[in-house]
Design a protein around this ligand. Structure first.
Ligand code: NDP
Length: 486
């Protein structure tokens, strides 16, 4: 059997690929065909030790560099990512099963945006001076030290870049553990950083399941943990990090509302609802999976939604015409299919989709729309992480705001209306880290991204990330004699 995406070795530590075949072997599967494309080994304690030791050593020297020097290296890495976008996108498609049409524009390129943005920001980070008459205080923003990044499987390249770019720009090291389901892309990023001139040890990649991640989180050399994952994993990692009073960023799941008022542009609202449920086969944390549609336009909305959903080209993600690929794994397909069955059993109306698609032994399911969904149904309460849209009816603005907020999650929310005052009123009332008005799921690096309530703590991207990858030191300067009473 040829393993078409086999990397040089499983891990990347201190500037080079490293293998330790004593670690348990695991297969990497292309979700489009179910074919094994690589076989890797989980990190052993020796691998984890080498990764932590080299990161701790490299970070000290890196922190002492001028911010513009660090920035120059990140800019070079961003340029290499852009040059290799086609190759990186093809690998992302093999790793995740997302269509090449998407990966060419949404993954490596958004990672490069993050590197460019934080390269630009690094030299602007300054402290403050507090005059106190004779004495004064100045502050310095210092790096945290060794940061651990733990990624989910839906956006492996983007997640690694969103975490490593601010970490490195502000003088930290990053030790990254990708999801075991999608371990390949982050290794390519590690190669690129080295080629761009990043000193060895500053971006290490170790593979493994949750247990490997858990052992990183509790190591005394680790100052911060940034996780992208589900709420239950977030709870465990947050608690483990708290033992050592470590900094955390938690980017967790959601069940976000997308609210469409009678006066909305229907084609725009339908398009946004489809993007917010079917892009990446629905495997996006901020998806608007509870689509609330006001009574007056319900039937017109559903007609257009059904027609446009049925025209989606589902197929092999390597083909450029394909608009929707498989789910990431057989387990995810089972989970999503179980939710489709639950939706039907709980009395929701299946408007379109719902069936598995038999194609090349991959993990395909049709884009699915349920109407007449009520707030108590499991498909309206739980994160499905697949192409399953729940359409709910509503009458008034007050009613929909209360129902939209009646969830433990608070990652994102969207509203479609031509009434600008109402759009802003809704944004003010929605309990979410990101709100879109007449748009959905756009997450430019310039804007803070993260959740409220159970969807997480901390923010990625934007200037807000400075707070999460640096700490403030206050320096009090005494300018005169010490006034001691004894
Ligand atoms: P999981 O929460 O299962 O896993 C996330 C990562 O954490 C994986 O690398 C996993 O390893 C690792 N992990 C699991 N247990 C532990 C532990 N005890 N200590 C340390 N690390 C651990 O998420 P998925 O990978 O299944 O991704 C899907 C989820 O991610 C969805 O629920 C989605 O909502 C969320 N997500 C959130 C985003 C956001 O920005 N808010 C963005 C993308 C996804 P492994 O899986 O290899 O065992």
């Amino acid at each position: 059997m040829t393993l078409i995406a086999q990397p040089t070795a499983s891990h990347f530590i201190d500037g080079a690929y490293v293998e330790d075949s004593a670690g348990a072997a695991f297969d990497v599967i292309f979700p489009g065909t179910g074919e094994v494309i690589a076989r890797l080994h989980e990190a052993t304690p020796a691998i984890i030790e080498a990764a932590l030791a080299s990161a701790a050593r490299a970070q000290k020297e890196w922190a002492a560099r001028k911010p513009v020097e660090r920035a120059r290296i990140l800019h070079r890495a961003a340029a290499l990512i852009r040059e290799r976008n086609a190759e990186l996108s093809a690998l992302e498609t093999l790793d995740t099963g997302k269509p090449i049409q998407e990966t060419l524009v949404a993954d490596a390129s958004s990672g490069a945006d993050a590197l460019e943005y934080f390269a630009g920001l690094a030299p602007t980070v300054t402290g403050e001076t507090m005059p106190l008459g004779r004495d004064f205080v100045y502050t310095v923003r210092e790096p945290l030290g060794v940061c651990v990044g733990i990624g989910a499987w839906n956006y492996p390249t983007q997640i690694a870049c969103w975490k490593s770019a601010p970490a490195l720009a502000f003088g930290n090291a990053m030790l990254f553990k990708p999801s075991e389901t999608t371990p390949l892309c982050t290794l390519k990023l590690a190669e690129i950083y080295i080629e761009a001139g990043l000193p060895a040890g500053l971006f290490n990649v170790v593979q493994g399941k949750g247990a490997v991640g858990a052992s990183l989180v509790t190591d005394p050399r680790v100052a911060k943990v940034s996780l992208t994952g589900s709420v239950p994993t977030g709870r465990r990692v947050y608690a483990a990090a708290a033992e050592g009073i470590r900094h955390v960023t938690m980017e967790l799941g959601g069940k976000s509302p997308l609210i469409v008022f009678d006066d909305a542009d229907i084609e725009d609202a339908v398009g946004a609802a489809m993007l917010g449920n079917f892009y990446s086969s629905g495997q996006i944390c901020s998806n608007g999976t509870r689509v609330f549609v006001q009574d007056g336009i319900k039937e017109r909305f559903l007609d257009r939604l059904k027609a446009r959903t049925e025209s989606i080209i589902l197929g092999d993600p390597r083909e450029e015409a394909t608009q929707m690929g498989p789910l990431v794994s057989a387990a995810q397909l089972e989970k999503v299919a179980a939710y489709v069955a639950a939706g039907q059993a709980e009395g929701a109306r299946l408007v379109t989709g719902g069936a598995r698609v038999l194609l090349n032994s991959g993990y395909y399911i049709q884009p699915t729309v349920f109407a007449d969904v009520t707030d108590d149904m499991s498909i309206a309460r739980e994160e499905i992480f697949g192409p399953v849209m729940a359409v709910l009816d509503f009458g008034s603005e007050e009613e929909v705001l209360a129902r939209a907020n009646a969830t433990e999650f608070g990652l994102a929310a969207g509203v479609f209306t031509r009434d600008l005052a109402r759009g802003h009123r809704m944004a003010a009332g929605l309990e979410a880290g990101t709100c879109w008005i007449n748009a959905y799921n756009l997450t430019p690096v310039e804007a803070p991204f993260g959740g409220v309530k159970q969807s997480g703590v901390g923010r990625e991207n934007s200037r807000a990330a400075i707070e999460h990858y640096t700490q403030v030191k206050s320096v009090y300067v005494g300018m005169g004699p010490v006034d001691a009473p004894y």
